[in-house]
Design a protein around this ligand. Structure first.
Ligand code: NAD
Ligand code: TDX
Length: 332
């Protein structure tokens, strides 16, 4: 058994990882999370108490980070400001958490000689044309578009530099768009599901032709555990499940699954600088480390996610009105 420090473990993907790791491994897990608007302690309910230590704190707090990294065998770093729309409105917290927070963690990890896994996104590669035959690979040049993705790109480059210059024992993964339970209602899929539950028409940015490559959060978790166990130090692995869909199709699927007219949605103001298409080629992870996704069928994964939001209104309702007021102020 080992002891993993999970930053951002009260957020969407981090909490799914903690549940998954508690089920699939015998690791002890310490979560470090500052519980921003996106963090929710309740997302960790049900994780056996003797397997979890929750620390309410900030990844930019060097003294706290020094202690917690020293006590762990490995660090899995999820904590981030994660929403593109927020980064267009108020970029500063993205610099503090994504850049300075990552710097604070890797400094502690190198001082203590600890294994470090950095969680990142396919958005660091910019976007593809709809008809591009090539997908993103580990060799694709960085070309981020938004304040969010540029700070994630910056954090990836810090980790790479710390590997080369200081021998940090790190790996990096860049994953595509996740869906599943515990995702904040600001994000596309939960926003539309909870809109339908509330009797609000779903909101599609622009024409809705933008393509995202969807992966279930549990498949992201299994990939991260695989990289933690078998990944080569200094390597980057792309994580994806061949789940490309355009936004229009996803909204229509949600409406259909929820028993509504497939066309009962609104087109709203497009996102500034909106990336057109993301698509991941995960051949390296599959062939080198033998990983494969379990949720091959997006429709049934989406249907299960819809049921989760229907059954867990108490979890998301406190954030819904404020989130919709923010979007309404921008004509979205
Ligand atoms: P999220 O916004 O749902 O959760 C982020 C968590 O980090 C929250 O619990 C928040 O309280 C915590 N946090 C934020 N700032 C902090 C700080 N300074 N100190 C401590 N904790 C802090 O994000 P998510 O969607 O779960 O994304 C998690 C990670 O996965 C991020 O690094 C993101 O870039 C990456 N990622 C996300 C996706 C996706 O589809 N959502 C895809 C690929 C990669
Ligand atoms: O109401 C909406 N209507 C809409 O059409 C919202 C909130 C979004 N959209 C569109 C924008 C995108 O094309 O849906 C798509 C998905 O939007 P988001 O859920 O905001 O995700 P995205 O911007 O693609 O980024 C996500 O995936 C990569 C995560 O938020 C990032 O943290 C991750 O790095």
């Amino acid at each position: 058994m080992s002891h993993i420090l999970v930053t951002g473990g009260a957020g969407f993907i981090g909490s799914n990882f903690v549940h998954y790791a508690a089920r699939e491994t015998d690791h002890h897990i310490t979560v470090l999370d500052s519980l921003t608007y996106a963090g929710n302690r309740a997302s960790l309910d049900g994780v056996p108490e003797d397997r979890l230590t929750f620390v309410h704190g900030d990844i930019t707090d060097a003294e706290l980070v020094e202690t917690l990294v020293g006590e762990a065998d490995a660090v899995v770093h999820y904590a981030a400001e994660s929403h593109n729309d927020n980064s267009l409105h108020s970029p500063r917290p993205f610099l503090d958490t994504n850049i300075i927070g990552t710097y604070t963690l890797i400094e502690a990890a190198r001082r203590h000689g600890k294994r470090f896994h950095h969680i990142s996104t396919d958005e660091v590669y910019g976007d593809l044309e709809l008809d591009d035959l090539e997908r993103f690979t580990e060799e694709t040049p960085y070309n981020p578009s938004s304040p969010y993705s540029s700070t994630k790109a910056g954090s990836d480059l810090l980790v790479r530099a710390w590997v080369r210059s200081f021998g940090l024992k790190a790996t990096i993964s860049n994953c595509s768009n996740n869906y599943g339970p515990f995702q904040h209602v600001e994000k596309f899929i939960p926003r539309q599901i909870t809109n339908v539950i509330r009797g609000i028409r779903p909101k599609l940015y622009g024409a809705g032709e933008n393509v995202r490559d969807w992966i279930h959060a549990d498949d992201h978790s299994s990939a991260v555990l695989t990289i933690l166990e078998k990944g080569r130090i200094g390597e980057t692995y792309l994580i994806g499940a061949d789940g490309e869909r355009n936004n229009k199709d996803v909204v229509e699927l949600i409406l259909q699954e929820m028993g509504q007219d497939r066309n009962a949605y609104d087109h709203v103001t497009d996102r500034a600088g909106h990336d057109l298409r993301y698509a991941i080629d995960s051949t390296k992870l599959r062939t080198e480390l033998g990983w494969s996704p379990q949720f091959a069928d997006f429709e049934s994964g989406l249907a299960a996610t819809i049921r989760w939001y229907q059954e867990n209104e108490a979890w998301w309702a406190p954030s819904k009105d404020e989130t919709e007021a923010f979007y309404a102020s921008k004509g979205q």
